[in-house]
Design a protein around this ligand. Structure first.
Ligand code: FAD
Length: 480
């Protein structure tokens, strides 16, 4: 075997990279290729924050390859066609690719496999590059995937794990393979002002720092909004500048309750992927219908816009939405609260919120985003689909001193806790001092009552035929 192509997608690293490792074992020369896939742009998935982060990742991958005597080859167009061209130009006999599980990734893989067959070139798809346990490896007796996280996690934790691979020492790229210039972050417009830097080098630094000084506190601190005590590794896991297998193994070596809690969160990534692999339509359709007739009126549009802009009058919701715009990232507790608020308190379709998140999130990922939205909307895998998170009591619990809220809502910078979470309760001059901050767009009790009516199927509007309701479905409850 003389030449192989390694097609990088969401696995932009040199450490623990099974496709690259195998290609280097089998071939004298390797073409490390990234294709800027036009179908991703056409689907509207190429949001500025992710494009900017991607530019960093590609530059860093190229630099890492150059240190080893190689370089990254970049092409743009239809992914299968571009890979086919490189195969023809170099006479490559193999293409190596990391497995991916969205509907788009599968179509792409099928097209590529068919084209390569006509060229007499073999496609090898590698599992456990971007997951710890590949979808379909563990399944319940009666289904092709787990619909509940806890039993999935039990099986997941018992799976044997491969040993992480080291980065290659040298990479030889055949001469004369043309490449387009790499994108430059600075030329991309519409990027959030405080977007994190991408690339394997910063990712590895961040992982080491996290394992050293964040992991131990993770179990107690992961919901502390103001303390910002989660790993913030999600963009690196999304772009594959970190290997999830390596993250799990290094965390487990540290040990302790923090490591266990962190590894459990990493299992959620795999859980959502195995759901999406089995039900690719869950990216767009309800995983479990609740027969919702989401609000679509002009007032619903106004509510959605207030939510987007961080002007709902509920400070913790507004803080989280402003963090999203400013950083292209949001704390998990903020994601839960804003998603509950939109889908349950405002009763707006989860797809509208998910799309907005995807337009900004640097870690925006079809499996994690869509299925977490469905989880919170109660149309997904949550076993308590009607839980509603109360933004006031949750803010008092997870941001007791108002640090997070004041950081992102400067109008309330001088308001002391607990009023910072209920500024409408202020009186007189204190109230007048915050007159640039909006009043609540909805009364929480009214929002809850509307949701209860809707989910109970007692909406005034005519409804489509309702399916049978499970008698074990929990009652609608507001989670304090
Ligand atoms: C409405 C909503 C939308 C979301 N959209 C995304 C998304 O597009 N991309 C994304 O990566 N995560 C998404 N999440 C999950 C979670 O909020 C983020 O992974 C987490 O906030 C990232 O911060 P961190 O890296 O500091 O996480 P940590 O708390 O440090 O967790 C470590 C890693 O575990 C994984 N993880 C943690 N929580 C979850 C979860 N609930 N589901 C899946 N994986 C998880 C992530 O890869 C994360 O980096 C979403 C959650 C909600 C409620």
């Amino acid at each position: 075997m003389t030449v192989s192509v390694v097609l990088f997608t969401c696995d932009l690293r040199l450490h623990d990279h099974p496709p690259l490792h195998t290609a280097l074992e089998r071939s004298r020369e390797v073409v490390p290729l990234f294709v800027r896939d036009r179908a991703v742009d056409a689907a509207g998935f190429a949001a500025p924050n992710r494009l900017a982060f991607l530019a960093d990742c590609l530059a860093d991958l190229d630099a890492g390859l150059r240190e080893r005597g190689g370089r990254l080859v970049l092409r743009s167009g239809n992914l299968a066609d571009e890979v086919g061209k490189v195969v023809t130009e170099t006479g490559a006999q193999e293409v190596h690719l990391a497995a991916d599980h969205s509907a788009h990734a599968r179509r792409r893989e099928e097209q590529l496999g068919a084209l390569l067959q006509t060229l007499g070139c073999r496609l090898t798809v590698h599992d456990t590059v971007n997951t710890v346990v590949a979808p379909g490896t563990v399944t319940p007796a009666s289904s092709d995937h787990f619909a509940v996280f806890t039993p999935y996690h039990r099986h997941w934790a018992q799976q044997p794990m491969r040993t992480p691979l080291s980065a290659p020492r040298t990479v030889r790229v055949p001469e004369g393979v043309g490449s387009e210039p790499l994108p430059v972050r600075g030329y991309i417009t519409g990027v959030s002002p405080a977007l994190a830097a991408g690339g394997e080098w910063p990712a590895r630094e961040q992982l080491s720092a996290w394992l050293r000084s964040g992991l131990g506190e993770y179990e107690d601190g992961h919901d502390d909004l103001g303390g910002d005590r989660t790993s913030r590794l999600s963009p690196h896991l999304h772009f594959g500048t970190l290997s999830p297998v390596e993250c799990v193994q290094r965390a487990l070596r540290k040990g302790g309750a923090g490591a266990e809690a962190f590894v459990r969160q990493l299992a959620w990534r795999d859980f959502h992927r195995q759901v999406l692999a089995a039900r690719p339509d869950a990216a767009k359709r309800n995983y479990r219908s609740q027969h919702d007739r989401w609000r679509t009126s002009v007032s619903a549009r106004r509510d959605f816009e207030a939510w987007q802009e961080g002007r709902t009058g509920y400070p913790v919701i507004d803080a989280a939405m402003r963090q999203l715009r400013h950083e292209g990232w949001m704390h998990n507790r903020g994601r839960l609260l804003t998603a509950s608020f939109l889908t349950k308190t405002l009763y707006v379709d989860w797809r509208v919120g998910a799309e907005y998140f995807l337009s900004l999130l640097v870690d925006g990922d079809v499996a994690n985003n869509q299925l977490n939205w469905q989880w919170m909307a109660g149309t997904g895998t949550d076993s308590r689909p009607n839980r509603v998170l109360n933004p006031v009591t949750q803010a008092k619990r997870y941001d007791p001193d108002g640090v997070y809220t004041r950081r992102w809502v400067p109008e309330l910078a001088d308001v002391a806790a607990p009023f910072v979470h209920e500024p409408w309760k202020l009186q007189g001059l204190e109230r007048a001092a915050i007159d640039d901050y909006p009043d609540p767009i909805v009364d929480l009790a009214d929002g809850l009552a509307r949701f209860k009516r809707a989910r109970a199927g007692r909406d005034d509007a005519p409804r489509p035929a309702l399916g049978p309701r499970s008698c074990s479905e929990p009652a609608i409850c507001e989670v304090p």
